[in-house]
Structure formats: structure tokens, C-alpha cells
Design a binder for this molecule. Structure first.
Ligand code: BZD
Length: 829
């Protein structure tokens, strides 16, 4: 009975000593306890990795307490919840972030110090959780941090890949990919929930069934796989709230095919069951192009189906009908990758809950919103109809039904404008008939968000023009943001201390607008000196890392000029390398007195190329070929160094960003939907050398064009330049540096030929030649500014102080109010 249950719960609670304590002795006891009993090593003999494991488990215990309380509290209050669905999350490391958000870092540093351990050394034992590709995936992680910190009742849902994004290793300057089996040594940050599991169905047929005098469709699946939950607590900063990121892993289903067992082929039957796990095995490493692959579609539906079952189960725990569904649930889909969720909810409400089409449709249209991260129409997801029909036969029918009604609506509105109907249809006719997932999402969601103002303009005028004309109010944008907790507090403790000292408060960690207060001191000599000191410390850390990696010693007096991001033609790492070649060429031809005026540079490039992206891989090889020549040229010395940092990931970014002076964001205008790396550099007081693309346009408004180095054609100028083709004006320096590569000045003449072809003879789609002169000018302006350290430091302080708008806290507040309609639900301390 309930009374018994309560008595039991009270008795159990009485056995606990209240909440875990955070004084040094309690922490030490906990750590030693975990060494002995969790890691199962003797407390007299364990290494740094085992100490890290024990430490993590003691932090995890504290996370779990808050996470339990938060969910108890959410359950009691039953607020409208946000469910954030994303196929990718780039969480990076958890230890440092957790202790900072829990507010117990100093206590741990002390406790460990007394045991003879250094917190930082143990933290380095942790490996990155890299369950995503690039900007989209890191954005999800930043947004989870903000959702928790701002006390929003939110859940994240995703896929627990066994292999995260591949590890990049460089052999003779070429990229090779190695599997990232990140779970090899266990993962203390997750909680396996074997009892939280759902059956996910695939294939099979659809049959008619009569129930209560009505006809219903019943899906008879051909295969069933079990989804098991792994929960990852996400602690907020300065709050007791800790929300949940639930990742699904595929396991063989509880039900099994009796027949194969009865035929006596026991071994094969077991082996076949095991194949179910393949679904959550590996992350697709392509961050743009979409191929209609069956496994990818399976991954999408697998995670969507499990999440929707979980969400509906939670709702039904406290509600006995669906009347309040739309007041309690908001579902956000991160790009179109989880858009099958829309159809799945429709299927469950219509086929299983028998709500009737209109009611089910009405609910669906009220709860879903989606954000697109793409600029290129070619980048939009399409799923071949044959594939959809075989894997998810009932979903395909529902998509057709939705499309039929939508086409009827279009006819009423636009009459016989068939080309418009064809453009807007969810189903694309053609050689391969496919489902356009973006069209599907726009039709079914109540809001479609872009990720920057420029992106929004492109959506309205190009990518989704027809839809914008039909439903202008559906379209909005929320400029992306990043979390200052990870990108300043965790990764740049020295800067964090200086900021808090000068603002006289740590409140900016939760209220980023306060950073603007630094503006008043931008020219203050004392702040400037402290600011430069911080930069120096961070450059030292980075220089040490570079030396360990590459054996190259770099000068701390040089300007550290950094470009780190996925390698793409549109991001124009090639423009950067050609600029470096030009610089090298100039230095070589200088006399001694001119050389004394050169501002020394350490050029740092890092990023992964998708495994099948040939040109991107050639850009990586070119970086290495140029580095080999430049770094070993005794005539150049410290004036120029080029370093390629291998295996770029979140942790590498945490080290590199604070140590950079200048960072490059030089995409061809109109190609970067937003860009979030620039925001992290901005927060850390690194100056930007950038094109007026994506979020940069808004950064200019915040810090002023004279506090950065702008270059290149604008979005509006790009089409005309493209039309000029081979007759576009290209400076002689450009012709010369490309010629050097073509002629084999850096070796590998034949290999680089096709790379050179992408920027010459009228084929320079990304306009490297057209922007080259402007690029060199911007670089020269950066040199000039760097010589005047007072001016530079002032620009740097103004960059940090103007970065407030680019906190994900602001982005999330906007989503909460304008898109999701959710409110904070703060768990009492
Ligand atoms: O999303 C990126 C955009 O290119 C950036 O401009 C933007 O800042 C961020 C965040 O909004 N897009 C991606 O990162 N896209 C992917 O990673 C991706 C992954 C799988 C399939 C398609 C795209």
C-alpha cells in the first residue's frame, strides 16, 4: 500500500546522511572509496587514470543527487517540457565542466592536493565524447548547458554511438581515419538504465483492422530492435537543476524469432540477433552531403521512435487523455535529421491512440518546431521513396496523406501553378523519387528557425522562398550562441579571474550582459597589462602543446593566427594557405632591413575532412607540404611557422582558442549559416579576420568594424562575381602562389593539380581569387595593429566585452519565449 511505500522510503532516507558533503575530508573519503570499490584497485596502488575514474565517480554521485531532485521536482510541478531531439551532440569532456557548474571545483582541487594529486593532471586523463561532426553538434551541447543553467524543464535525446567521430591521424601529411572507440575504458558520466527500454520496429507490412466500427491501419513489423536508455546528467551553473541527456543504444530485442531457434541453428540465431547493435554503432562523418543510406535512416527512426515512446509514456503517467498534450510538450528537432519524429507522433496518435486524423494533425502542428543549419539547397536531406517504403511502410503512407492534403491546400491558394506545386511538394518526382525532409518539416512545424540574420534572409529569398511566401509568420531566426561556462570559465581560468576582478563580481557567468562593463576599462593600463599577461600564459600552454606534437618551437612574441574548423572548400582554408605561401614568398625576397619590420606569425590550422571528401584531404596535405618547407627554411626562422594541429576536437579547441591572437572565419559570403567558432574566439579576446558572412555580420554590429579585420565580397556581391566566371579580376599575387603549388614548389606536383584546378580557369566557385587582394589587405592591417600592443589589447578587450549577445543563454531565452513557450522550473536548494 501507499503507506507502506512511504514508510519504506522514509526508512531508507534515514539511512542516508543527508546530502553528500563537499568538505575536503568527505571528498577524499569518497575518492578513496571509489578507488577501492568502484574502480576496484587497491588504495595503496593506483595510477592517474584510476584516480581520474574514482574522482569522476565521486563527482557523478553529486550530479546524480541533483539530477534526482530536479526530476522529482519536475514531476511534481508538471510544467510544459521541452524535448530537444538531435542526432549529434559534441559534449567534449565532462569533469572540469561538472565541478565548475556544481560550484565545487576549488574544494576538489584542495582535497586532491592534500592527497598528493593535481586536479588538472587527472582531468587530462579524460577522453572527448565526440558524438557529432561540427558546429551543429557543438551547438546542441552549448544549448543543453544553457537550458540547465536557466532552469528550463528540458530533456535532450540522442543516439549513443559506440564509435564517435573518427580520430584523425596524419601520416606523411595525409589524413587517415581511425575508429574512436570512446567507451573502451568505461564512461563514468552516463547511467545505464536497463529497465528503460523500448521496442523499435522496422520493415514489414501494413494491414487494415476494424475496431469499434472504424477502419485502422496496423503495422506488422518485420524486425524489432530494443532501445536502451543511457542517461547523462547535465548540471546547470549556480542552480540545483541538473537536466538529462538521454542517449539510446541498440540491443537485440527481448522477443526473438522462435523459428530460427527451433531449426536447431542456435549459434547463427544468436549471432543474427547480435546484429541489431549495428544501428547505434557508428556516427556518419559527413557534415553536409546527404546519401540515402539505409543504416542512416534506421538510426534516425530508431532514436526518434524510442524518444517518442518515452515522451508519451511520461505524459501518460500523469494524464489520462491527450487534451493537455500541447500545453505540456514542445518538441524541437535539430535540423531535419530527427524529422521522422513528426510522422511517428502522427502515427501513434492516429493508429494507436485512435484520436482521428484532424485531432492528431492539430496536435502535431502545435508541438513541433525545427531549426535548419543549412544554406545550400543541395544540402537538404532527401530519402528515396523505395527506401522509406521498405523500412517504414506505414510512415510512407502517412507522408503521402499529409502531402495530398497539402497539395489540395496549394491548389486552393495558387490554382494551377504546377511548377510551384512541384517545388513545394514533400515528394520529389524524378529519376529517384524521394521524400524532401525539409519540406515535410516546414509543412508540419509551427516554427522554422534560421541560425543568424543573414541565414534568415537567405532562407526567405532563396532556399525556402515558396514556403516563406505562403507562411511568412512561420519563419524566424535565433542567432546562435555558445556557453561562456565552457568557453571562458572552464577553458580560460586566468581570463575568468581577471574579468571577475575588474567587474567586481562573478555574476557575468550567469548574466553575460555584464561583460559590457569591461568596455569602460578598455584603455586602462593596468587592465591592459593583466590582459596581456593572461594571453601570454595561454600562449605558453599552446606553444608547449605544439612542441610536443610537432617538435617545432614557436616564439611567444609571434602573432598566433588560427583557423580551426571542419575542412571545407567554402570555409576556404585554401585561401589561408595561399596567403601563407604569399607571406613566405615575400619574406624570401626581402632585404635584412625589411625583414626586421615583419611581424612574426605562427599560423595554426586544424580540422577534419570528411573521409570521402578528396579536395578537403588535399588541402590538409597542402598545409603539411607548405609547413615542411617553411618551418625548415633557415632563412625564415621565427618570422613564419605553419602548424597543422591533428585530431581537432572540443578539448583541442579549449586549449587553442585562449592562446590565439587572431582567428580566421573567411567563408565565401552566403555559405556559412552562422559559424559559432568565431563567438568562442571573441569571448576570449581574440581578434577576428573575417568575411561578412553568417554570424559575423551581427558581431560587427556588436563590436564595430574597426575592432576586427573584415575582408571579401559581401553576400549581395557574390552572385555577380560568380557570373563573371573567368573574367573576374584576380590579383597577380594569386596567380603566382597558385602557380608555385602547380609547379611543384612544395612537391607532390601531380597530386595538387586537381586542387589548383578548383581555383583557376573560371572554376573558382568559392571566389578565392576574387577575394585574395582584400584578404592580403586585411592581413596587413592585422600586422599593423599588432605592432601597437596598446591598440591591439584595447581591441581585444572590446571583443570580449562585446561578446555578450553571443551567449547561448540569450539564444535559449529567445527560443523559450518565441518558439517553445516554456518557463523556468527551478528546483529549490
Ligand atoms: O551548424 C553548421 C553550420 O555549417 C554552421 O554555419 C552553424 O554555425 C552550425 C550551427 O548552427 N552545420 C553543421 O554543423 N552541420 C552538420 O554538422 C551536419 C551533420 C550531419 C548532416 C548534415 C550536416
Amino acid at each position: 500500500s501507499l503507506g507502506d511505500h512511504r514508510a519504506k522510503a522514509e526508512k531508507m532516507f534515514g539511512l542516508m546522511d543527508g546530502f553528500l558533503k563537499n568538505d575536503p575530508v568527505s571528498l577524499q573519503k569518497d575518492i578513496v572509496y571509489h578507488v577501492e570499490y568502484t574502480v576496484a584497485r587497491s588504495r595503496f596502488s593506483f595510477d592517474d587514470f584510476e584516480a581520474y575514474q574514482a574522482l569522476s565517480h565521486s563527482v557523478r554521485d553529486r550530479l546524480i543527487e541533483r539530477w534526482h531532485d530536479t526530476h522529482q521536482y519536475f514531476k511534481k510541478k508538471d510544467p510544459k517540457r521541452l524535448y530537444f531531439l538531435s542526432l549529434e551532440f559534441l559534449m567534449g569532456c565532462s569533469l572540469s565542466n561538472s565541478v565548475i557548474n556544481l560550484g565545487i571545483r576549488d574544494q576538489y582541487v584542495d582535497a586532491l592536493g592534500q592527497l598528493g594529486f593535481e586536479f588538472e593532471v587527472l582531468a587530462e586523463q579524460e577522453g572527448d565524447a565526440a558524438l557529432g561532426n561540427g558546429g551543429l553538434a557543438r551547438l546542441s551541447a552549448c544549448q543543453m548547458d544553457s537550458l540547465a543553467t536557466l532552469d528550463f524543464p528540458a530533456w535532450g535525446y540522442g543516439l549513443r554511438y559506440q564509435y564517435g567521430l573518427f580520430r584523425q591521424i596524419i601520416v606523411d601529411g595525409f589524413q587517415h581515419e581511425q575508429p574512436d572507440y570512446w567507451l573502451n575504458f568505461g564512461n563514468p558520466w552516463e547511467i545505464e538504465r536497463v529497465q528503460v527500454s523500448y521496442a523499435v520496429k522496422f520493415y514489414g507490412t501494413v494491414e487494415e483492422e476494424v475496431s469499434n466500427g472504424s477502419n485502422y491501419k496496423v503495422w506488422i513489423p518485420g524486425e524489432t530492435v530494443e532501445a536502451v536508455a543511457y542517461d547523462n546528467p547535465i548540471p546547470g551553473y549556480g542552480t540545483r537543476n541538473a537536466i538529462n541527456l538521454r542517449l539510446w543504444a541498440a540491443k537485440p530485442s527481448g522477443q526473438y524469432d522462435l523459428e530460427s531457434y527451433n531449426t536447431g541453428d542456435y549459434i547463427n540465431a544468436v549471432v543474427n540477433r547480435q546484429k541489431a547493435e549495428i544501428i547505434s554503432n557508428v556516427l556518419y562523418p559527413d557534415d553536409r552531403s546527404y546519401q540515402g543510406k539505409e543504416l542512416r535512416l534506421k538510426q534516425q527512426y530508431f532514436f526518434v521512435s524510442a524518444s517518442i515512446q518515452d515522451i508519451i509514456r511520461r505524459f501518460k503517467d500523469v494524464h489520462d487523455n491527450f487534451d493537455e498534450f500541447t500545453e505540456k510538450i514542445a518538441l524541437q528537432i535539430n535540423d531535419t535529421h530527427p524529422s521522422l519524429a513528426i510522422i511517428e507522433v502522427m502515427r501513434v496518435l492516429f493508429d494507436e491512440e485512435h484520436l482521428g486524423w484532424d485531432k492528431a494533425w492539430d496536435i502535431v502542428c502545435k508541438i513541433f518546431s525545427f531549426t535548419t543549419h543549412t544554406v545550400q539547397p543541395e544540402g537538404l536531406e532527401k530519402i528515396p521513396v523505395d527506401l522509406m517504403g521498405s523500412l517504414l511502410p506505414r510512415h510512407l503512407q502517412i507522408i503521402y496523406d499529409i502531402n495530398y492534403k497539402f497539395m489540395e491546400e496549394l491548389k486552393k491558394k495558387f490554382g494551377q501553378d504546377y511548377s510551384r506545386h512541384a517545388r513545394m511538394s514533400i515528394v520529389e518526382e524524378g529519376a529517384v523519387k524521394s521524400i524532401r525532409m525539409a519540406n515535410l518539416s516546414i509543412v508540419c512545424c509551427h516554427k522554422v528557425n534560421g541560425v543568424s540574420r543573414v541565414h534568415f534572409e537567405l532562407l526567405k529569398t532563396r532556399v525556402f522562398k515558396d514556403f516563406y511566401d505562403l507562411w511568412p509568420l512561420k519563419f524566424q531566426y535565433k542567432t546562435n550562441g555558445v556557453t561562456q561556462r565552457r568557453w571562458i570559465v572552464v577553458s580560460n581560468p586566468s581570463l575568468c579571474a581577471v574579468i571577475s576582478k575588474w567587474l567586481g563580481t562573478e555574476a557575468w557567468v550567469r548574466n553575460i550582459d555584464l561583460l559590457a562593463g569591461l568596455r569602460d576599462y578598455a584603455s586602462d593600463a593596468d587592465l591592459q597589462q593583466e590582459w596581456r599577461m593572461v594571453k601570454k600564459i595561454n600562449k605558453m600552454r599552446l606553444a608547449e602543446y605544439i612542441e610536443t606534437l610537432s617538435g617545432v618551437k614557436v616564439s611567444l612574441d609571434a602573432m598566433f593566427d588560427v583557423q580551426i574548423k571542419r575542412i571545407h572548400e567554402y570555409k576556404r582554408q585554401l585561401l589561408n594557405v595561399l596567403g601563407i605561401i604569399h607571406r613566405y614568398d615575400c619574406i624570401k625576397s626581402m632585404n635584412e632591413s625589411d625583414r626586421r619590420k615583419v611581424v612574426p606569425r605562427v599560423c595554426i590550422i586544424g580540422g577534419k575532412a570528411a573521409p570521402g571528401y578528396e579536395i578537403a584531404k588535399k588541402i590538409i596535405k597542402l598545409c603539411h607540404a607548405v609547413a615542411e618547407k617553411v618551418n625548415n627554411d633557415p632563412g625564415v626562422g621565427d618570422l613564419l611557422k605553419l602548424i597543422f594541429i591533428p585530431d581537432y576536437n572540443v578539448s583541442v579547441a579549449e586549449l587553442v582558442i585562449p592562446g590565439s591572437d587572431l582567428s580566421q572565419h573567411v567563408s565565401t559570403a552566403g555559405h556559412e549559416a552562422s559559424g559559432t567558432g568565431s563567438m568562442k574566439f571573441l569571448m576570449n579576446g581574440c581578434l577576428l579576420l573575417a568575411t561578412a558572412d553568417g554570424s559575423t555580420v551581427e558581431i560587427i554590429e556588436e563590436i564595430g568594424a574597426d575592432n576586427m579585420f573584415l575582408l571579401g565580397a559581401r553576400v549581395s556581391e557574390v552572385p555577380a562575381l560568380r557570373d563573371q566566371g573567368a573574367s573576374v579580376r584576380v590579383p597577380l599575387q594569386f596567380v603566382r602562389v597558385v602557380r608555385m603549388v602547380r609547379d611543384g614548389y612544395f612537391g607532390f606536383k601531380d597530386y595538387f593539380e586537381s586542387l589548383c584546378d578548383t581555383v583557376e580557369n573560371g572554376k573558382d566557385f568559392y571566389l578565392l581569387g576574387a577575394d585574395f587582394a582584400s584578404y592580403l589587405e586585411a592581413q596587413a592591417a592585422a600586422d599593423l595593429a599588432f605592432v601597437n600592443q596598446e591598440k591591439w589589447t584595447r581591441m581585444s578587450i572590446l571583443s570580449t566585452s562585446g561578446s555578450g549577445r553571443f551567449s547561448s543563454d540569450r539564444t535559449i531565452e529567445e527560443y523559450a519565449e518565441q518558439t517553445w513557450g516554456i518557463e523556468p522550473c527551478k528546483c529549490p536548494f
